[in-house]
Design a protein around this ligand. Structure first.
Ligand code: HEM
Ligand SMILES: [Ca+2]
Length: 348
């Protein structure tokens, strides 16, 4: 392929996602991922929630390109160590296992970014939520961006206008996408450190968050004492902590949302998010339909124009010089699969 052809392929990548992308090259990819997920869930019922959060934290930082999976190296300042991620993101070993099983069946064709996306859908389905055909064909990044991870990922104390700004910044809808995707907090856990201010000293007031249900406040204070261990875990959905359902939204109506960013979707007077919370609480089918559409929109967030990508062999590291030599040797120029040619490779 010509260099011009490759540039077109890469810059149009996001628009070419298709559920059938791997049908010719890796038809069993979803089954392989599901099997690893089911096995991991048997000993770790939280893993599905952790995997969908990885996908979210991937997509909000320069698009869904598995940048979140890269480890620190001489050239990579990892996103893993960004504030919203450090000591919080989990599931990397399960992604590694999915990748190695996929590589064993279909070497070199499935991106880590697509594995994260499929794992998210399978996690939702396994927990009782909807299943859907996942658009595929992403490439893995050659870089990570820690400072963008620090600024683009919304913290749990954000207000609705701040949450809306964070969603708008990545091109998502600030009402339906915000509320539907927040519904992922229907499962998984959060550490006391992320909400303890609500229990004792909300916004520096010296008092608890007035939107917090009084009984729930007492429960949470027992779990998270003042100056206690900030890494103790609470269920994001106190009603059905491991099930993907609409209880998250009815919790908000009874002022039992765990994070400030959850509760404010319902408790901020005059915001258009309130009506959506009420609709999803009353109609789980409506929630599921919107959730699927919003997940597909989030999964479509593309890397910046001109970004180059590759199919990583190991989700934690870019392929590097050995792959570059191979792909350069094939046709004497750059590969038409989108592999990078670095200055290092050109000098070799
Ligand atoms: C709207 C803005 C959001 C904020 C402020 C937010 C914040 C958080 C925080 C603080 C935690 C707990 C982390 C910890 O204590 O270690 C968490 C967990 C989680 N988040 Fe979000 N989140 C948001 C949106 C989303 C979205 C869009 C998704 C997925 C579509 C998502 C899925 C999850 C899941 C499943 C967990 C539990 C993970 C686990 O148990 O390992 N969140 N989130
Ligand atoms: Ca639930």
């Amino acid at each position: 392929a010509s260099l011009m052809g490759m540039a077109l392929f890469l810059s149009c990548n996001a628009q070419q996602l298709a559920p059938t992308f791997y049908s010719p090259t890796c038809p069993s990819v979803t089954n392989i991922i599901r099997q690893v997920l089911v096995n991991a869930s048997a000993t770790d019922p939280r893993i599905g929630a952790s995997l969908i959060r990885l996908h979210f934290h991937d997509c909000f930082v320069n698009g869904c390109d598995a940048s979140v999976l890269l480890d620190n190296s001489a050239t990579i300042l990892s996103e893993k160590q960004a504030l919203p991620n450090n000591n919080s993101l989990r599931g990397f070993e399960v992604i590694d296992l999915m990748k190695s099983r996929v590589e064993a069946s279909c070497p070199g064709v499935v991106s880590c970014a697509d594995i994260l996306t499929i794992a998210s859908e399978e996690s939702v389905a396994l927990a009782g939520g909807p299943s859907w055909a996942v658009p595929l064909g992403r490439l893995d990044s050659l870089t990570a961006n820690r400072s963008l991870a620090n600024s683009a990922l919304p913290p749990p104390f954000f207000t609705v206008p701040q949450l809306k700004a964070a969603f708008a910044a990545v091109g998502l809808n600030t009402t339906v996408d915000l509320v539907a995707l927040s519904g992922a907090h229907t499962f998984g856990r959060a550490q006391c450190g992320g909400f303890v201010d609500r229990l004792y000293n909300f916004s520096g007031s010296g008092n608890p968050d007035p939107t917090l249900n009084a009984t729930y406040l007492q429960t949470l204070r027992q779990l998270c004492p003042r100056n206690g261990n900030a890494s103790v875990l609470a269920n994001l959905d106190r009603a059905t902590p491991n099930a993907f359902d609409s209880r998250y939204f009815s919790n908000l109506q009874t002022r039992e949302g765990l994070l400030q960013s959850d509760q404010e979707l319902f408790s901020t007077a005059g915001e258009d998010t309130v009506a959506i919370v009420n609709r999803f609480s009353a109609n789980q089918t409506a929630f599921f339909q919107s959730f699927v559409a919003s997940m597909i929109r989030m999964g479509n967030i593309a890397p910046p124009p001109g970004s180059r990508g590759e199919i990583r062999r190991n989700c934690r590291v870019v392929n590097g010089a050995s792959t570059l030599i191979t792909t350069t040797a094939t046709d004497g120029s750059e590969s038409d699969l989108g592999y990078e040619t670095t200055p290092l490779a050109s000098s070799i």
